[in-house]
Design a protein around this ligand. Sequence first.
Ligand SMILES: [Ca+2]
Ligand SMILES: [Ca+2]
Ligand SMILES: [Ca+2]
Ligand SMILES: [Ca+2]
Length: 473
Amino acid sequence: MKTRHASRLVCVGLGLALAACGHETDESELASPEHGSNQPKAIYLRDSNGSPMGLASANEVLVQYKLDANNADKKRVKDKVRGSRKNGVHSKVMKDNGEGELELVELPIDQTLEAALEDLKDDPALTFAEPNFIYQHTAVSNDPFFTNGSLFGMYGNTSTPANAFGSQAGEAWTKNQICNNGVYVGVIDEGIMTTHEDLVNNIWVNPFDPVDGRDNDGNGLIDDTNGWDFAANNRSVFDGPSDDHGTHVAGTIGAKGGNGKGVAGVCWSVTLISAKFLGQSGGSTLGAIRAIDYFTDLKRRHGLNIVATNNSWGGGGFSLSLKNAIDRANAAGILFVAAAGNGGSDGISDNNDTTPSYPASYTSSNIISVAALNNRGQLASFSNFGATSVDIGAPGSGIVSTVPSATSTSAYASFSGTSMATPHVTGAVALFASLNPGATAAQIKAAILGSAVPTPAVTGKCVTGGRLNLGDF
Ligand SMILES: [Ca+2]
Ligand SMILES: [Ca+2]
Ligand SMILES: [Ca+2]
Ligand SMILES: [Ca+2]
């Protein structure tokens, strides 16, 4: 049976691959019991005025005992928050200064940091209790493609280098507003080069299905370690240099920043999961649906904090089954960030209001449809637009990111396309989710669209009439 085909939105200059293939696979049963949720390792704290304080360990609290606190006091303090001793320090200088022990208390998984601090604040044995903040070495990119002026998509008005038409990521970083690896993003695309030097630290390793030839987590996929290849129906999500588009997209979302190598993605720390469904000749509706449902299942059964999927692909006509899959993701609180499209067969901007481009043009409320702007804030010549059907503009022309070389070593390349604009927005979703752990998908989408900077090139050409601005989260 032939299925409808989706083509990747490839880079301008490389041509649009509109190719057919029909990988048929059995739908797997998704019937295992729910597992416990994965608690983020870090949360972003704000003070009572809403001002940013920074990242802190989500499951730890520091308690400063008074000098005369005894063991019974210390037990009472920990029992109050059902915590356990993890570490402590009582140095000579502390004693000489009349201070008791400073103890690091680990909280149980169902105890929030905020509640623990509230419970401890008036304890008579304590001078104070406070978060165990997480410090980064620096949040200024030292990545060569950032510092040499090649990475305009990450720049802001006041970053160094600067470009007002960038996503403003560089400004967020200098405020220490950075992502954390307790936030997960699905990349529905070609595969990702999981061993790339600038990605390897942010690639998901499935804790629910160890490599043993068995489908331990019961999702029908044996040893889906880094995700799954729904095109070839196997566990290798990276199959060589042809997985360049997926690897490029992944780098814009989450290439490691501040490591002195290559590029910096919007999110220096985030967990990337690959759902490969585009092979060398494209992908199919069935593959896309299986990829989308893969993430919905991971979130529903395991509680993985998957906030968005990145969808830099398009093609085909209206598919109810594909829309249904997007709606299932919506019900699980997963945003679907989608490329507006690259102008169809002639590569010249189309109006999606009159000529829909799927999946971006589905009406599902979790979709954010993204147009591409160049480094002068102009709509890219190929970029689709739509006053009601496209949401926002983002950098998508001359975007440098991670790719495999011809011999599958780590490399970098410049691509253009709404495919490249989309992951800037997906990265912004992950950043906002990192900074606001309780935010719903609808709240995250509203924040992304609400922060857009009015931009003449897209006035009346997208819902926000503006471009991505993640510098004011
Ligand atoms: Ca599995
Ligand atoms: Ca296994
Ligand atoms: Ca494969
Ligand atoms: Ca880097």
